[in-house]
Design a protein around this ligand. Structure first.
Ligand SMILES: [Zn+2]
Length: 342
């Protein structure tokens, strides 16, 4: 698997912090705790070309992370309880929340039993477009196209190009090009064009959704689990910062309403798709607040602070990332220190 320079340098920083235990000198850097972001939880896939590897961890690593957090004194809590606990809990308590985005089938198969074994609450953010099979996951579709191809013909905006994707390096480069394409042109159109390309390669993009993501029946069953809470994640998994004010409200409101119908509970939590700085900001935080959400989360990395009480629809999360599946990395992430450097 190709690991980029950024990942390597982050590993070095995390290793230095995790192994030196320098964090014992700066206990206040831990803030009030951590909200972890997860996606896939499944056994190692072992594919040479895995550009989405950061989005998956093994069940063993999830269990290890829970044990490390508990042994380090963190109290596992449900995300929707966090504002109340920050305000009324013991100020020296450290909290840990586990959140999983998109609703992958393996969350139910592999993650839920581990959370049950350790009595840890968790929140899964659901996109009804995936649940009802009206929207595809472009990053998984592109992955399959590139794994299946040596060459592709595609219009990235300036006419049809033929791209050689015959080597691992070229596939990686093409994946980045597709990611930039989705981020720059109308996202609905981009997803449709990628789906169209998949069909020319005899790949059905909706069969990927069916294979990877839970449907309504699965979610209704999972919602019976007292440790599990379902949250909203928009209808179409779009970059909210790039849509109109009207659509921004519709995407949040309709997804929460749909998820509430599935779970039979009012939805209090929401995750902004992608969650990075160019996908969410003050306009989106205000929209989530206006729609009455108790907590909304980004993927911008930081520990929880007391000041987050004033910004409960813009809480930051730390990715429990497939590139960092070691004890020393978890210790470093929990310490809060890496976010002074990264
Ligand atoms: Zn997502």
């Amino acid at each position: 698997m190709i690991v980029d320079f950024k990942t390597l340098s982050r590993r070095l920083i995390l290793s230095a912090i995790g192994l030196s235990k320098v964090y014992y000198l700066f206990p206040r850097a831990r803030g009030r705790g951590v909200i972890f972001t997860l996606h896939h939880v499944r056994p190692l896939q072992n594919h040479a070309f895995s550009p989405n590897a950061l989005l998956e961890i093994t069940p063993e690593f999830l269990e290890k992370a829970i044990i490390i957090a508990k042994n380090s004194g963190y109290i596992p809590v449900a995300l929707h309880d966090l504002p109340h606990l920050l305000k009324n809990g013991n100020p020296s308590d450290l909290y840990i929340c586990f959140t999983l985005d998109d609703g992958y089938r393996n969350n139910k198969e592999y993650a839920a039993p581990i959370f049950k074994k350790h009595n840890v609450p968790f929140t899964i953010f659901i996109c009804p477009g995936f649940v009802y099979r009206t929207r595809t996951l472009w990053w998984e579709t592109v992955l399959e196209i590139l794994r299946a191809s040596d060459s592709i013909d595609f219009d990235f905006g300036s006419g049809i190009e033929t791209i050689d994707v015959s080597t691992l390096f070229k596939k990686q480069k093409a994946f980045v090009k597709f990611s930039k394409y989705v981020e720059t042109i109308d996202e609905n159109q981009a997803v449709e064009q990628i789906d169209e390309l998949a069909r020319t390669k005899n790949i059905d993009p909706f069969s990927i959704v069916e294979r990877e993501l839970m449907d309504e029946k699965d979610l209704k069953e999972l919602a019976q689990n007292p440790l599990c809470t379902l949250g909203g994640h928009t209808m179409t998994h779009c970059n909210l910062a790039r849509v109109s004010e009207k659509r921004l409200h519709e995407e949040i409101e309709a997804s929460c309403k749909s998820v509430s119908n599935i779970s039979n509970h009012s939805v209090q939590t929401f995750a902004y798709p992608y969650g990075f700085k160019s996908a969410t900001g003050v306009r989106e935080f205000n929209a989530a607040q206006k729609l009455g959400l108790k907590v909304a989360v980004t993927t911008q990395a930081a520990v929880i602070q007391n000041s987050d009480l004033d910004n409960h629809t813009g809480l930051k999360r730390i990715s429990l990332n497939g590139h960092y599946q070691k004890k020393k990395y978890v210790k470093a992430l929990l310490s809060g220190l890496p976010f002074k450097f990264l």
